[in-house]
Design a protein around this ligand. Structure first.
Ligand code: C5P
Ligand code: MG
Length: 191
């Protein structure tokens, strides 16, 4: 199996590049943000909890996210591998993921960190906000999300550096240029 974490700050292109990776490598997709937004739409208990955090640009507590992920992982048992998009968001989530995969005889093969500077992130997310309908794509919440990323999520980089699966990817350019960089990184580690 090929298990990939796609990582980076909000607006770095995780969802866009996930689509490319899924088409090319035939992986299953777990986007925790998409799952949470679907729960909100359906008005579930989880959705009600999640909405209060998402609207403020904050992170849903680790225990909630980890439980949700375990369910998804069980549903994808027979896939060729999984791309984790928007997860792990904290070191505790990264440790839980490692444990969950180890129980299945699996591990993360590669962590791709999409590197994009702050001004570009803000510009992209404001543009997306014009059509996304997302409650968190407005300037105030975007700035909050980037701050939460720096404080709580960026430490995940060191976790994967020490695991030996870290790859930095320049996340600026066309979708296909960035995907070429990703293909190279995945091919190098899957060889
Ligand atoms: O990954 P995405 O940008 O779609 O996530 C949107 C929001 O969902 C985050 O800003 C956060 O509020 C919530 N989220 C979370 N924990 C995750 C993934 C998403 O709290 N692991
Ligand atoms: Mg996304």
């Amino acid at each position: 199996m090929l298990n990939v974490v796609i990582f980076g700050p909000p607006g770095s292109g995780k969802g866009t590049q996930s689509e490319q990776i899924i088409d090319y490598f035939g992986l299953g997709h777990i986007s925790t943000g998409d799952i949470l937004r679907a729960e909100i739409k359906e008005g579930t208990e989880l959705g009600k909890i999640a909405a209060s955090f998402i609207d403020r640009g904050e992170l849903v507590p680790d225990a909630t996210i980890i439980g949700m992920l375990e369910n998804k992982l069980n549903a994808l048992k027979s896939s060729k591998g999984v791309i984790f998009d928007g997860f792990p968001r904290t070191v505790a989530q990264a440790e839980a993921l490692k444990e969950m995969l180890a129980k299945r005889g699996e591990s993360i093969d590669v962590m791709l960190n999409l590197e994009v500077e702050r001004q570009e992130l803000i510009a992209r997310l404001l543009k997306r906000g014009e059509t996304s309908g997302r409650s968190d794509d407005n300037l105030e919440t975007i700035e909050k999300r980037i701050g939460v990323y720096e404080a709580q999520t960026a430490p995940v980089i060191d976790f994967y550096k020490s695991e030996g699966s870290y790859h930095g990817i320049r996340g600026v350019g066309s979708v296909s240029e960035i995907f070429e960089r990703i293909k190279e990184a995945i091919s190098a580690c899957a060889a």
